[in-house]
Design a protein around this ligand. Structure first.
Ligand code: ADP
Length: 891
C-alpha cells in the first residue's frame, strides 16, 4: 500500500494508536519529526497543536494536512509513526525512504533558528531535566520574561512538553535566543560528560545512607521477628524473566534488573519487578540493597533510596521529594540544600526502590501531574509522578508489585519489566539445604518434599517453600506424618504461631492501640515489627506475609459467618491442640464456643469473647491494613447478600479477593449480576471466580487484564451453568484465539443473551469463528465488537451468520475498519427481516456507495430504529442528503 493511501485508509487505526494513551506525547513526537524535516510549516504546526482542543481533533487535523500535502509528507509521516509507535498500524508498511530521510536531515542546518527546528526531536530529549536551567539563562539574557518562564513551567506540562513549549517560545524570539539555548544545551552536554564534583559533605552523607541500608538489609526477618537470619546465609537465586524478551531466560542475574537487556522504552526510568505473592520480590530488593551497600552491585549509582509502599501509606502529611528522601530514608546532617541540588543535577547516579506498589492504598494513576521537586503533595501523588518521570527524570526507579495488580496505565511508563518466577528445582534444593544445616535433616526434608508432587509444586513459591520446609522439619523432628494439602500447611503454621511466645517489645502510641490489639496478641506472632528506615524505634507492625494474612481472613469468615463450622473443627482435629498453653486454649475455646454458644449463658459468653480475641482482633487489624482487602471486601459482601446485582468496580480486586468473593457468593440462592469492571482480576482471578459462576447471570469484567486462556476456562465452566447469560469483556487482552470458545458457547448455550467483546484484538479471522457459532444460536440479543479489527471480511461473516436472526436486537461494529463491502453484507442482513433494532457503525470507513446499500435495505425493514454512521468517509453534502432520505440513519 502506498503511504498516502495508507494515511487515508488506516485513518481510524492511526488515530487510535496516536490517541489511545490519552496523552498528547505521541502526537507531539510526530509533529517534532515533521517540523524537523520542514514538511510542516510553523503555521501548520500551530493550527494543529491547539491548546485546549481535544487530542482527537488535533490528531485528525494533522492527518488532514498530511494527506492533502501529498506523497512525500505521507512517507515521512509513516516513517515517523513507525519510529514513535513501533507496534502501531504502520508497522508492516515498507517506507524505507522516509526512514533514511529522518536520519539525514538532522545534520542539515545553517542558522540557529533552523537548527532548533531540524534538531527538534533530539533537543526535546536533551532539554528534559534542565528546562529550569535553560529558562534561567534565557531570563538572565533578557530573551524571556517571567511570564514566558511561567508558561513553560506550567505544572500540567510533562517534562517533554515543557521542553517543547520552551523551544516553541524560543522560535518566536528570534536568532539570538535560539543561539543562547543551543549553547546552553551544548555546555550542559559537555559538563554532563565531565567528572562529577559533589558537595563537600556528600561523601559523609553517602556513607550514612550506606550504613543505614546495610543495617536494614543484612538480615531476613521471618517468624514473628524471632529468627533473623543473615540474608547471605539464606538467599537463594530466584528465576528472572524479561517481559520484552521471553527467549532470554534462566541465566538472568540481579544485575539485569538495571542492565540494558530487555528495555522496552528508552525514555522511561521505571523498572518493574513483578511476580506472585511470595515469589520473593521484597527479598530480591533487599538483596539488591545489601549488595549496593557493600559496593558489589549497582555501583554506577552513588545513592540508593529504598522505600516500602506499605509504610508510605501511613504518611498522611503532604511532602516534597526532598522531604521524602531525607526524612524517610536518611537525613543529611549538613548541607541539605547542596546535597539535594547535586541529586537534582545528577539524576543518573541516583536510584530509588519502591517495594510493594500493590500494597499502596491508591491505584496508580497519571492524572495529577507534578513537576517541582520542592512542592509538597500527598505521598501517593509524589510516588506516581516519580514513576512516570514527571518528577526526578533520569533517576532510575525499581518498583515491585504483584503482576496482576499492574494496570495498563503504569505499563506505559515502564523502561522494562522483569518477572520473578520463584525457585527453580535446583533453587528448592539449595534453599532447603540452607534452611537446615544438618545435612541429614535437609536430605530427609528434600526426600519428603520430592515424594509429594503437590508439595513440590508449592515449593516453587519461595514463601511456600519456607513454610513447607519449616513444617517438615518439625514433623520429622517429632516423628509425625507430613502435611498433604496447602490447608494442612497453613494450619500447622497457625498452630506454631499460637504456641510461640515471642519476646517482642511493644509500646504505647503505635497503630495497634487504635485496633485494640494488645501486647499478648503480638506475642502470638501474627504480627511482626516492621522495619523503618527513618526510625530505629519503629512501632509499626505488619502481617508476616500476604498469603498468611489471606488465610487468616478466610478462616475468620468461615468461623464467624458461615453456618457450617463443623468442617473447620474437623480440620483442627487433625492436629492436637490440647497439649499447648495459653494461645491454643484461646483458640480451642473459640471453636468450642462456636458449637455450644447459648445466648445468656455466662460461660458461653466468655468463651465467645476469648475466641473472638484470638481471631477477630487480628481480622480487625487486617481491615486497617491496606492489603487486607480480601477480608474487608468479603465482609462487606456478606452484608449485601440480598442484592441482585453486585457492583465492585474500581475496588482493587485481584485473584485473592476473587477467591474470597467466590467463596461467599457460591452460597447464594438467587442468581446475581457481578460487576467487577476496572480491577486486576486477570486469568488467575477468573479461575478463582469459577466456583460461583453458577449463581452469576451476568459477569462484567471490563478492563481486567484477561487473556484468551482465562476465557477458555471461563467458558468451559460457563457451559455448565444455566443461569450464566451475559458477559462483558471490554478492554482486555483477547485475541482471535478466544473466539473459538465463544463460538462453542453460542452454538451450545441457547439461552445466552449478551456478548460484549469491545476494545480487544479480534480480527476478521476471529469474527469468522464467532460467525460459526452465531449461525446456530437462537438466543443472543446483544453483540458488541466495538474497537476491534474485524474489517470488511469480518463484518461480512457476522452479517451472513445473522441473516434471519429472530433474537438479536443490538449489534455494534464501531471502529472496526468496516468499509462499503461490509456495509453491503449488513444491508443484506437487514433486508432478511431480522429482529435487529440498533446497528452501530460509527468510526468506520464506509463511503456513499456502502450507505446506498443500507438505504435500500431499510426500505424493506421496519424493525430497525437506528443505524449510526458518524465518522465514516462521507462528505458534509452526502451526509445532508442521506439524512433527508432516511431519518433512521444517524450521522
Ligand atoms: P513477595 O515480596 O514476593 O511477596 P517475599 O520477598 O516477602 O515475597 O518472600 C516471602 C518469604 O519467602 C521471605 O520472607 C523468605 O522467607 C522467602 N524468600 C523469598 N525469596 C527468597 C530468596 N530469594 N531466598 C530465600 N528465601 C526467600
Amino acid at each position: 500500500m502506498m503511504a498516502q493511501e495508507f494515511v487515508l485508509k488506516q485513518r481510524t487505526e492511526i488515530l487510535a494508536a496516536v490517541c489511545s494513551s490519552g496523552s498528547s506525547e505521541q502526537l507531539e513526537r510526530l509533529l517534532d519529526v515533521l517540523l524537523a524535516h520542514g514538511e510542516l510549516s510553523w503555521e501548520e504546526y500551530q493550527s494543529i497543536q491547539v491548546q485546549g482542543r481535544p487530542l482527537h481533533a488535533n490528531a485528525r487535523h494533522l492527518l488532514d494536512i498530511v494527506y492533502t500535502k501529498g506523497l512525500a509528507i505521507c512517507q515521512l509521516f509513516v516513517a515517523a509513526l513507525q519510529q514513535t509507535i513501533p507496534e502501531g498500524p504502520g508497522a508492516r508498511l515498507c517506507v524505507s525512504e522516509g526512514v533514511s530521510q529522518v536520519e539525514k536531515s538532522r545534520e542539515a542546518h545553517q542558522t540557529s533558528g533552523a537548527a532548533l527546528l531540524s534538531q527538534r526531536p533530539s533537543l526535546v530529549g536533551k532539554l528534559q531535566g534542565c528546562v529550569d536551567g535553560a529558562l534561567e539563562v534565557l531570563h538572565e539574557t533578557g530573551h524571556f520574561t517571567s511570564e514566558d518562564c511561567n508558561e513553560v513551567r506550567l505544572p500540567i506540562h510533562t517534562p517533554s512538553q515543557q521542553a517543547r513549549r520552551l523551544l516553541d517560545l524560543v522560535s518566536s524570539k528570534g536568532e539570538l535566543a535560539a543561539n543562547v539555548v543551543l549553547q546552553f544545551i551544548d555546555q550542559k552536554q559537555q559538563s554532563g560528560r565531565s567528572s562529577l564534583t559533589p558537595p563537600k559533605e556528600f561523601f559523609k552523607y553517602q556513607k550514612k545512607l550506606c550504613s543505614s541500608v546495610l543495617a536494614q538489609s543484612s538480615f531476613l526477618s521471618t517468624y514473628g521477628g524471632t529468627s533473623h537470619m543473615p540474608l547471605d546465609d539464606i538467599y537463594t537465586e530466584g528465576q528472572l524473566e524479561l517481559a520484552a524478551d521471553l527467549e532470554v531466560q534462566g541465566n538472568l542475574g540481579l544485575g539485569d534488573i538495571v542492565s540494558t537487556a530487555g528495555i522496552i522504552n528508552e525514555e522511561a526510568d521505571t523498572v518493574l519487578v513483578s511476580g506472585d505473592a511470595g515469589s520473593g520480590k521484597s527479598t530480591l530488593l533487599q538483596r539488591l540493597h545489601l549488595l549496593w551497600a557493600r559496593g558489589t552491585a549497582l555501583s554506577e549509582f552513588l545513592l540508593l533510596f529504598p522505600f516500602s509502599c506499605r509504610k508510605l501509606n501511613s504518611e498522611l502529611k503532604e511532602l516534597s521529594v526532598q522531604d521524602l528522601l531525607f526524612r524517610h530514608c536518611c537525613w543529611p546532617d549538613w548541607e541539605q540544600e547542596d546535597i539535594f541540588r547535586f541529586i537534582l543535577d545528577h539524576p543518573h547516579v541516583v536510584i530509588f526502590t519502591f517495594d510493594g506498589l500493590d500494597e499502596l492504598k491508591q491505584s496508580f494513576s497519571d492524572e495529577h501531574r507534578l513537576c517541582c521537586p520542592t512542592q509538597p503533595a500527598p505521598v501517593h501523588v509524589l510516588l506516581f509522578n516519580l514513576l512516570q518521570g514527571s518528577l526526578m527524570k533520569g533517576v532510575r526507579k525499581v518498583v515491585t508489585s504483584r503482576s496482576e495488580a499492574v494496570g495498563p496505565i503504569l505499563k506505559k511508563y515502564l523502561r522494562k519489566e522483569v518477572f520473578l518466577k520463584g525457585f527453580s528445582p535446583n533453587g528448592i534444593d539449595c534453599f532447603v539445604k540452607k534452611q537446615h544445616h544438618d545435612p541429614a535433616v535437609a536430605a530427609k526434608v528434600l526426600a519428603s518434599i520430592q515424594a509429594n508432587t503437590f508439595l513440590l509444586g508449592l515449593c516453587h513459591s519461595p514463601v511456600l517453600c519456607w513454610i513447607v520446609s519449616q513444617c517438615h522439619k518439625e514433623l520429622l523432628g517429632c516423628g509425625d506424618g507430613t502435611p498433604q494439602t496447602i490447608t494442612d500447611v497453613y494450619l500447622m503454621i497457625l498452630q506454631r504461631f499460637l504456641q510461640h511466645q515471642s519476646s517482642l517489645k511493644t509500646s504505647k502510641g503505635s497503630d495497634l492501640d487504635s485496633c485494640c490489639v494488645t501486647e499478648k496478641d503480638i506475642c502470638t506472632g501474627f504480627l511482626i515489627q516492621s522495619k523503618d528506615m527513618s526510625n530505629d524505634y519503629s512501632h509499626q507492625y505488619e502481617f508476616l506475609h500476604l498469603t498468611v494474612q489471606c488465610f487468616f481472613a478466610a478462616l475468620y469468615i468461615v468461623l464467624f459467618n458461615n453456618a457450617d463450622r463443623s468442617t473447620i473443627t474437623k480440620l483442627f482435629a487433625l492436629h492436637d491442640l490440647r497439649e499447648t498453653g495459653f494461645s491454643s486454649t484461646c483458640f480451642t475455646s473459640c471453636l468450642a464456643a462456636d458449637q455450644r454458644q447459648t445466648p445468656g449463658s455466662a460461660d458461653g459468653q466468655k468463651s465467645a469473647t476469648l475466641g473472638e480475641m484470638s481471631l477477630q482482633r487480628h481480622a480487625e487489624a487486617l481491615q486497617v491494613h491496606p492489603t487486607a482487602s480480601g477480608s474487608k471486601m468479603a465482609k462487606e459482601v456478606l452484608g449485601k447478600l440480598d442484592v441482585d446485582h453486585l457492583k465492585l468496580t474500581y475496588c482493587n480486586i485481584g485473584p485473592v479477593e476473587c477467591t474470597a468473593l467466590a467463596y461467599v457468593l457460591q452460597h447464594l440462592r438467587n442468581s446475581v449480576g457481578i460487576q467487577l469492571d476496572n480491577n486486576s482480576v486477570g486469568d488467575v482471578g477468573v479461575e478463582q471466580l469459577l466456583p460461583c459462576l453458577h449463581i452469576c447471570n451476568s459477569l462484567y469484567l471490563r478492563n481486567n487484564n484477561i487473556t484468551d486462556e482465562g476465557i477458555r476456562k471461563l467458558i468451559a465452566k460457563g457451559l455448565q451453568c444455566d443461569s450464566f447469560q451475559k458477559i462483558a469483556l471490554f478492554n482486555n487482552k483477547l485475541t482471535d484465539a478466544c473466539t473459538e470458545h465463544f463460538s462453542h458457547l453460542l452454538r451450545t448455550k441457547q439461552n445466552f443473551l449478551s456478548l460484549r467483546l469491545g476494545n480487544n484484538n479480534i480480527t476478521s479471522e476471529g469474527a469468522k469463528q464467532l460467525a460459526k457459532g452465531l449461525e446456530f444460536n437462537h438466543s443472543l440479543r446483544f453483540l458488541g465488537l466495538w474497537g476491534n479489527k474485524v474489517g470488511d471480511a469480518g463484518a461480512e461473516a457476522i452479517a451472513g451468520a445473522l441473516e434471519g436472526s429472530k433474537t438479536l436486537t443490538w449489534l455494534s461494529l464501531v471502529g472496526n475498519g468496516v468499509g462499503s463491502a461490509g456495509a453491503r453484507a449488513l444491508a443484506k442482513m437487514i433486508k432478511s427481516d431480522t429482529s435487529l433494532e440498533e446497528l452501530w457503525l460509527t468510526e468506520n470507513c464506509i463511503t456513499r456507495h456502502g450507505v446506498e446499500f443500507l438505504l435500500e435495505a431499510l426500505e424493506h425493514n421496519t424493525h430497525v430504529k437506528s443505524v449510526w454512521l458518524r465518522n465514516n468517509n462521507l462528505s458534509v453534502e452526502e451526509v445532508e442528503e442521506m439524512t433527508q432520505r432516511e431519518s433512521r440513519l444517524i450521522f
